[in-house]
Design a binder for this molecule. Sequence first.
Ligand SMILES: C[S@@+](CC[C@H](N)C(=O)[O-])C[C@H]1O[C@@H](n2cnc3c(N)ncnc32)[C@H](O)[C@@H]1O
Length: 415
Amino acid sequence: MKRSEYRRPLRVETPNLKLSTRNASHELRAALHEHLAWWGLRQFTSDPAYFAWQQQQLSPEDLKQLAARAEQKRKGDRHDEMAFYDAAAHPKIFPVLYSQRYDYYEVIASQIAAHCDEATAILDFGCGLGILTSFCARLFPDKQFVGVDRSSASIAVAQEQADRLGLRNLRFDCVDGDAEPLSGCYDLVVATHALLQAEQDPGLPSRSWQTFERGHDSVRQSAFEQRTGLGRRLDTLMEVLSSDGHMILCEKTRQLGRRVPFQRALAARGLQLLEPPTSVRYHSVEELVDDGPLYWLQRGSQERVAWDESPEPDEGRPFSPEALATPTDPESPLYENHWPSAQAAWEQVVDREVLVDTTRQEPDGRQMHVERGKFPGYHYLYCANTFDQRQLVIVEETRAVMLDVYYQDILRGLG
Ligand SMILES: C[S@@+](CC[C@H](N)C(=O)[O-])C[C@H]1O[C@@H](n2cnc3c(N)ncnc32)[C@H](O)[C@@H]1O
């Protein structure tokens, strides 16, 4: 295909883009595939095929350096993070690296595009190379888009690519939203994977090991917002959001400990949900990734849709006395649950007698509880902490010693 052909805006051939019709979503997907191919991205569903391609494109030294930068970035220092994104913007690197996000773009682009329809001026904060921003700008040539990012190398590539596409409705600015104000006023602000990058921050602990509930502790909330940078970034975005503007946010907030303070930070700034958050699941080549929901928000004092602070549904086996009577595998415990639903199972066990237990309390409020007990005919081990981890194991009396060993192992692990 000649380069001039790419200059045409990717207009879906219906006057109003209606994503709910089967045809429009098919056309949207086809348009996105064309856009990602133009960027040099490839779709892989097999790890061996992806890694073989990666090794053809990048030298062992490139890969080593990139892995070292990614490792540094995970530690959360802003300079390391910027160095990673600057390196990732290199024309040799980005097609390989961002091909891992192919499916992510597919999932997220349709959601963002669906909400662009009613907006006129759209800001994409932390836009990176602008792969999503330029896609939306091609889809909606009569709307104005601005992408900002603090990685100067990413912004240089983003602007160069927008120029190559001949997009007159799209501009990129290099701005660090932590340190500088943004200019303009937008009726739609989009931020995906840009507000809560501190991946290793577990968030807020629950009030105790017995509950998933978080206390309303303003000191802890603001400490979370400050150490992750979330508070500064949200304040920066609120300054450029029009009075009736909307926001689309998607961050790594799947864990309840992060989801609760994230949502409370939004609510404290007068943002309300327009609809229940939708789950964003995608494949990074073969790996299924579930980062956290996508939020569609508006300013407002009246709560339209309630914030959900309950643990997400999990895959834990429901507990019932009958399940204990019919062991599936003689080598395995009669019942095992390593999910938050283990708490409900533990609460359902009647006539529990605690044989020995330990609760470890850290100065920052975290707790870890381990309990060895029995109930008629059976023995159990239960562990719970204030970061929503739960574990319940039940065995028959003859295998009780196995739980004593687990109990001691866990205590040794606590140090
Ligand atoms: C994981 S990338 C996400 C890119 C894009 N939004 C997406 O969904 O594919 C995160 C981007 O946010 C940018 N970023 C993080 N903090 C920022 C800040 N304070 N100001 C501007 N950009 C920031 C980073 O430089 C990086 O390009």
